[in-house]
Design a protein around this ligand. Structure first.
Ligand code: NOJ
Length: 533
């Protein structure tokens, strides 16, 4: 697949939280040189690309998502030369590197904001969203921050409020300002010129705000969970129609490069029609858009299959689905979807890697890494620190990758305290790597099967009849994916029979199927069907 412009459609992408992947210098914090040292593992696993959470300098109020310099590397993680080396070495292994772009907001320590808040007449005042208080001194409108509380903070000195959809230390940029747009064209080019293959765009749906700063309407029953939690529909501070102009602009910068550079959006869209719109009307916005409707369903056929089928419908003519069940914000698939039941983890991997679209794995998914219960003292995430104990935040699924069973887990040196604890139950890569029955071996076999099977990379999705609790679909001409997401055994029709290529139970690989496919509780297979169409 090396010279193939379609690696991002056909391959599996892998998300790395750099602080937690591999620590090369023994300070307890993962770094770029650590990732470099694990590239051979990633090549062995078979991924086509890696997305790194922010690597740019930051005061880390929100762990990299408060950027203080868009054109450099965080000293905790290494240097820009380390990043160049990582891109080059990954490329040598046919792995592309995507960075995280944070265009919605900066750090309050960013020189742009320092200048902006210095006076009402500063050169960059208009780079951020400033507004006068209401006559009673209260914030300009009712918008609330995703992280709780009002989305506005009063700057006493200049007497205006500034907008922050996240922490007060993350002021929102004003994307109505042409200079901001021009500056980001340059930032995209800066990284593309260094060989970066694309960006995951943070808050891609929220970059542009209502020009008139109108109040949001209240949330109603049936609204997406995010709106219900906030108590309001993000109609005027997110998902504005004007955001598409910005995404088109990013895309035209990306399209100026060879080989292809891709844009992947963090798109919390109210519904799947809105999600589809982020691909653009003529393939001129995002290449891939994360589907949170899918992420937030349970591992249940009745919940997931309608989302898949509706997504297929909305993206039928344009747009390629992206599937994930874990990330640094939402949690880990193995705990969130699977309750740390290994049978379920195996089914979830088979399902993710068997759908039509690009699967994104979050580091650790491949070994079934569970979330880690943390104490208040362990917390680093501001969301957990503010929300404890009701909301312990996101650190539980940002813990270090366990590579080995030894002290330091192969993540850091023995005796070093990692920036977040490992947790008690620790599957690890070394133990699983040579065990043909492990979750890691299954994951690798599924990735390998995709790499070598055009039906699984590009074939259409067609739902097949299956008993309640199970879900089966055909991919392309001859491949069938079937999972039993229930506690009872099921039997599916397999007209013409076939052969099991990969099963969640490795002993089934190679088994011949004759007209009927039996699946035990929480079992799945990929089948080469003899029937053909
Ligand atoms: C989305 C990121 O994924 C999340 O981790 C971050 O806290 C917010 N955006 C704010 O940047």
């Amino acid at each position: 697949m090396s010279a193939d412009a379609s690696w991002w459609r056909e391959g599996v992408l892998y998300q790395i939280y750099p602080r937690s992947f591999a620590d090369s210098d023994g300070d307890g914090i993962g770094d770029l040189a650590g990732i470099l040292g694990r590239l051979d593992y990633l090549a062995w696993l078979g991924v086509a690309g890696i997305w790194l959470n922010p690597v740019t300098p930051s005061p880390d109020r929100d762990w990299g998502y408060d950027v203080s310099d868009y054109r450099s590397v965080h000293p905790d993680l290494g240097t820009i030369e380390d990043l160049d080396r990582l891109v080059a070495e990954a490329g040598r292994r046919d792995i592309r590197v995507l960075l995280d772009l944070v265009p919605n907001h900066t750090s309050d320590q960013h020189p742009w904001f320092v200048d902006s808040r210095s006076s009402r007449s500063s050169a960059r005042r208009d780079w951020y969203v400033w507004a006068d208080p209401k006559p009673d001194g209260s914030p300009p409108n009712n918008w609330v921050s995703v992280f709780s509380g009002p989305a506005w903070t009063l700057d006493e000195r200049t007497g205006q409020y500034y907008l922050h959809n996240f922490l007060p230390q993350q002021p929102d940029l004003n994307w109505w300002n042409e200079d901001v747009r021009r500056e980001f064209d340059g930032i995209l080019r800066f990284w593309f010129d260094r060989g970066v293959a694309g960006f995951r765009i943070d808050v891609a749906h929220g970059i542009v705000k209502d020009k008139e700063l109108r109040d949001n309407p209240p949330a109603a029953e049936g609204d997406p969970p995010m709106f219900r939690t906030l108590g309001q529909r993000q109609v005027y501070n997110m998902n504005r129609p004007e955001v598409h102009d910005v995404l088109r602009r990013f895309r035209s910068v990306a399209d100026g490069y060879e080989p292809i550079r891709i844009l992947v959006g963090e798109t919390w869209a109210p519904d799947l029609a809105d999600l589809a719109a982020y691909y653009g009307r003529k393939d001129d916005e995002l290449h891939l858009a994360f589907n949170f409707a899918f992420v937030f369903r349970h591992l249940d056929e009745l919940e997931l299959s309608p989302i898949v089928e509706e997504t297929e419908k909305h993206l039928a003519n344009l747009g390629w689905p992206a599937w994930t069940a874990s990330n640094h914000d939402v949690g880990r698939m193995s705990s969130r979807w699977c309750g740390d039941d290994e049978r379920k983890v195996r089914c979830a991997l088979l399902l993710l890697l068997g759908l039509r679209g690009t699967p994104f794995l979050y580091y650790g998914d491949e070994i079934g890494l569970p979330e880690v219960a943390l104490t208040r003292e362990d917390l680093r995430d501001p969301v957990g620190i503010m929300g404890w104990p009701a909301n312990p935040g996101r650190d539980r699924w940002r813990t270090p990758m366990p590579w080995t069973a030894e002290d330091g887990a192969g993540f850091t040196r023995p005796g070093v305290r990692p920036w977040l604890p490992f947790g008690p139950a620790r599957p690890n890569v070394e133990d699983q790597r040579d065990d043909p029955g492990s979750v890691l071996s299954l994951c690798r076999a599924l990735i390998e099967l995709r790499r070598t099977t055009v039906d699984l990379r590009l074939g259409t999705y067609r739902r097949l009849p299956s008993p309640p609790g199970s879900w089966a679909w055909q991919r392309g001409d001859r491949h069938v994916v079937a999972v039993n997401l229930s506690d009872g055994s099921v039997s599916l029709e397999a007209p013409g029979g076939g052969k099991v290529l990969v099963g969640t139970d490795p002993r089934r690989s190679g088994e011949r199927i004759d007209g009927e496919l039996r699946l035990g509780p929480w079992e799945g297979v990929v089948l080469l069907s003899s029937a053909g169409t």
